[in-house]
Design a protein around this ligand. Structure first.
Ligand code: DX5
Ligand code: ZN
Length: 225
């Protein structure tokens, strides 16, 4: 099998009193997705650099840090120093998007940009060749457990075609409402990294839940081959 669907469980839906143990429940995760919310860009407030630094000590799985914050250009260094392996910033919150992408890469981390459901993929045209990953939000960011927005499938295909036109090859990550039913839809459209929060950590067996979502996505890849 040439390509593998990568899984990034979101600890937003994990037990915040024992995050280290929660991460240990999903040993086959490819990335640990960490949702940073500031109460300004999104109507919720979560965790910041000290917690990321602590998580880094508990796991070797790369930390995939999703910054839903307004001042990423000023504070991205905090997350890089805390040990983020992948840093995602929101295009809507970064007037100097090109600069912040360069800052992330210069620190040796992978650079990723996220788009809200209402933001077109065309805003990425001038940075796409510099990105390791693009995160398409399939819910409006702020909370776990929301319903998948179906337009994300068309949007994913559009991003694949823009990437081809520009000769770019970013990983495409989808975040929000991903489970074993929605995973095949986005993988068939071109996504290769799936974030899942409630569909993993709200289940009795998070490891099994994670692998069943991966395997639903992987099935879609096989049908494409
Ligand atoms: C939402 C966050 C997501 C969230 C996804 O704003 O960015 O990462 O944890 O949760 P589920 O998978 O429950 O939709
Ligand atoms: Zn997220």
């Amino acid at each position: 099998m040439s390509e593998r669907v990568l899984m990034a469980p979101s600890i937003l839906s994990a037990d915040f009193t024992r995050l280290g143990e929660s991460i240990a429940l999903v040993p086959t995760a490819d990335f640990i997705h960490v949702d940073v919310m500031d109460g300004h860009f999104v109507p919720n407030l979560t965790i910041g650099p000290p917690v990321i630094k602590a998580l880094k000590r508990t796991t070797d799985i790369p930390l995939d840090v999703h910054l839903m914050i307004t001042n990423a250009e000023d504070s991205v260094q905090w997350y890089l120093e805390a040990g983020a392996d992948i840093v995602t910033v929101h295009a809507e919150a970064c007037p100097h998007l090109h600069r912040v992408v360069q800052t992330i890469r210069a620190a040796g981390a992978k650079a990723s940009v996220s788009l809200n459901p209402g933001t077109p993929v065309s805003v990425l045209r001038d940075v796409l060749c510099d990105l390791d990953m693009v995160l398409l939000m399939s819910v409006n960011p702020g909370f776990g457990g929301q319903k998948f927005i179906a337009n994300t499938v068309r949007k994913t295909a559009e991003l694949v075609s823009l990437s081809k036109e520009l000769g770019a090859a970013p990983l495409i990550q989808i975040d929000g409402g991903i489970d074993a039913d929605t995973a095949p839809l986005v993988v068939a459209a071109g996504a290769r990294v799936l974030v899942a929060g409630s569909a993993v950590f709200c289940k009795d067996e998070p490891a099994e839940a994670l692998e069943s979502i991966r395997s639903a996505g992987q099935g879609a890849l096989q049908r494409l081959a």
